[in-house]
Design a protein around this ligand. Structure first.
Ligand code: ATR
Length: 282
């Protein structure tokens, strides 16, 4: 029997996940197919219910369904519950378990692609949306040192910081144009952009969330935006002498973690990287 997996999103046409996962199934000689399921919000419940069939390994979930999908699942693990978003569903004999591999994808991409262990580091996280929440909980679980959260809508940064402080984290929050953010960036070991600023065809294409002068040479700058592969933030960071990490490694590592949950096998990360690069024309 051919097994199935796929991704729920709306729209989903440009997803590179099918290329990445099908390459992994091929290389591991697993008889399975991964498809992009374009799913309008009113079709999500039915789409998810269909996963209970034995031919489905599970699914990924992306914009705009990561929160809405939670009410349709049987169990949600503790990390996904804290983040408040599910990006991976595993079909366990008809029961659907929700988890979040964005957090692990973030940490593994830092470790494997940049040799960065975040424990004790001074980190500035830009953004306070879903992607930021996954990164923030991953950082706190890895015992980050001081965590600064900056967001355009400062209330969102404040509320995430307050939530994290309840877990014992040392967290401060700023608006994105607050002058104190600049000095926090200058002191940071790691700066992470989790906003869509700089994204191709996005509303802030060609822009960077922080001024180039805020980036110190000893810093690692991580941009979750993967298209373009060299965002204005990363170009500035490189000019400042900082080390850079683009968004593709996180995309691949969150996919690899999902693949492992579905198959019980170690994911062929290099194969997935290659397929993702090819799908993006890189
Ligand atoms: P995701 O799940 O990808 O994180 P999201 O929850 O919509 O998506 O969050 C998007 C993030 O990008 C938010 O931090 C958002 O800031 P606001 O909370 O103020 O909306 C940020 N963002 C989007 N466009 C931005 C822009 N032009 N300038 C600065 N921040 C922006």
């Amino acid at each position: 029997m051919t097994l199935h997996a796929g991704i729920f999103g709306y729209p989903i046409r440009h997803s590179i996940s099918p290329a990445m996962h099908n390459a992994a199934f091929g290389s591991a000689e697993i008889d399975a197919v991964y498809e992009a399921w374009e799913t309008a919000p009113d079709r999500l419940a039915a789409g998810v219910a269909a996963l209970r069939d034995g031919s489905f390994l599970g699914a990924n979930v992306t914009v705009p369904h990561k929160q809405a999908v939670m009410e349709h699942l049987d169990d949600i693990d503790s990390l996904a519950t804290r983040i408040g978003a599910v990006n991976t569903i595993v079909n366990q004999n008809g029961r659907l378990l929700g988890s979040n591999t964005d957090a692990l994808g973030f940490i593994n991409s830092l470790k494997n692609e940049a040799g960065v262990n975040v424990s004790g580091l001074n980190v500035v996280l830009i953004g306070a949306g879903g992607a930021a929440r996954a990164a923030a909980y991953a950082l706190v679980d890895e015992r980050v040192g001081e965590l600064t959260i900056a967001n355009r809508t400062v209330e969102r940064a404040e509320s995430l910081a307050t939530e994290l402080r309840k877990t014992g984290a040392e967290t401060v929050s700023y608006g994105i144009s607050d002058p104190d953010l600049l000095s926090a960036c200058e002191r940071a070991d790691l700066i992470v952009n989790s906003t869509s600023v700089g994204m191709l065809h996005g509303p802030a294409e060609g822009e960077s969330p922080i001024p180039a002068s805020a980036i110190s040479p000893g810093c690692v700058v991580y941009d979750m935006v993967y298209n373009p592969s060299r965002t204005p933030l990363l170009t500035d960071a490189e000019k400042s002498g900082a080390r850079i990490v683009g968004g593709l490694p996180m995309l691949v590592h969150q996919g690899a973690a999902a693949w492992t949950r579905w198959t019980g096998r170690e994911a062929p990360v290099e194969v997935m990287f290659e397929a993702a690069r090819e799908a993006l024309g890189l």
